[in-house]
Ligand binder design. Structure first.
Ligand code: SAM
Ligand code: SF4
Length: 327
């Protein structure tokens, strides 16, 4: 029987984000420290079978219809296409967020295994800056990855750009041209306080209004009606594509949030910024049946707060960084 994963504010949750590893082949400055990350032990990560069981409970009991694989970098998890095939068989809209660097090798296989959608993170088109931001010199490989994703048939390919003041805000128009020229949808993302180095401050956030002002100086943009997705969208008046802005900080979309998350070590989170977690791994590895696990998930969601309160005095930063939660 399907019930809904509903919280105390009436929000129904249908979008599950699964971090499949906390490891990454990059070290983006706004996400991970250069050194000193304590990786989770292999045996602490959920196995593919455990992920599949959890996903099945959520799909069959609660009508979850969208799953996104993330990390860390999801493609560093060995045999990822095997997991993709298992989850695709559940009949959900299956997506992945990746840094793109392994897509020249993996894009076709992931597509054939049943991955529907892909977002590639790319924060600078300048090789030197890309190197500083990711602490890896792989811009050419990521650009190849974008092309490989397109060639594999992902349509549209989305490129996520975290915009930080004084860091890459001078590339907003370059990214718009990039999207138009390569037929990819560029989504600008506001910088959030989930950086591992805890260096975030609100004056580094390039807000939706500021991003839009930069773009409007160069292009005529027409708003597109909003869906439940977090990105606000605009199309170019000349018909050459569209852009999105994810304004998590300046215009939080907590009111319509329909997402829940599970970390690579099997901790269920009812909000990106949650300060508490439910240990689903312990349940999956106990004698607990699906009913008991479903009750624990529902209990977690029913206690979800109204919103994240970034920029307010009572905001509490989560213990985990973005690379451990998955974005
Ligand atoms: N490694 C994959 C990647 O980079 O796409 C998936 C994991 S990454 C944590 C998921 C998304 O979070 C990426 O689009 C990344 O740019 C974004 N992200 C990481 N740290 C962020 C921060 N402090 N503020 C906003 N977005 C952030
Ligand atoms: Fe790795 Fe993605 Fe974090 Fe960059 S944003 S360090 S690619 S997990």
């Amino acid at each position: 029987m399907t019930t809904q994963l509903i919280d105390g504010f009436g929000r129904v949750h249908r979008d599950l984000r699964i971090s499949v590893t906390d490891r990454c082949n990059f070290r983006c400055t706004y996400c991970m420290p250069e050194e000193g990350m304590q990786w989770q032990r292999r045996e602490d990560l959920l196995s593919f079978e455990e992920i599949e069981r959890l996903a099945r409970i959520m799909v069959e009991r609660f009508g979850v219809n969208a799953i996104r694989l993330t990390g860390g970098e999801p493609t560093v998890r060995a045999r990822l296409p095997v997991l993709v095939a298992k989850l695709a068989a559940l009949g959900v809209d299956l997506a992945m967020t990746t840094n793109g660097v392994t897509l020249p090798l993996l894009a076709d296989e992931l597509r054939s295994a049943g991955l529907n959608r892909i977002n590639i993170s790319l924060d600078s088109l300048r090789a030197d800056r890309f190197g500083e931001l990711t602490r890896r010199n792989d811009l050419a490989r990521v650009l190849e990855g974008v092309e490989a994703a397109r060639q594999a048939g992902f349509d549209p390919v989305k490129v996520n750009v975290v915009v930080m003041k004084g860091v890459n805000d001078d590339e907003i128009v370059d990214f718009a041209h990039f999207g138009r020229d390569r037929s990819v949808v560029v989504r600008f993302i506001e910088f959030m306080p989930l950086d591992a180095d805890e260096g975030w401050s609100s004056d580094q956030v390039m807000t939706q209004a500021e991003i839009l002002a930069s773009l409007s100086a160069e292009f005529e943009l027409v708003p597109v009606a909003r869906t439940s997705a977090p990105a606000s969208r605009w199309r170019y008046a000349d018909g050459r594509g569209e852009i999105g802005i994810v304004a998590s900080v300046s215009q939080s979309f907590c009111d319509s949030c329909d997402r829940v998350r599970v970390t690579a070590d099997g901790q269920f989170r009812n909000c990106l910024f949650a300060t508490g977690e439910t240990d689903v791994r312990a349940l999956l590895r106990s004698a607990a049946g699906d009913d008991e696990i479903a009750v624990a998930l529902q209990r977690s969601v029913s206690s979800k707060w109204a919103g994240h309160s970034i920029n307010q005095v009572h905001f509490i930063r989560p213990r985990r960084s973005m690379s451990e939660i998955g974005g």
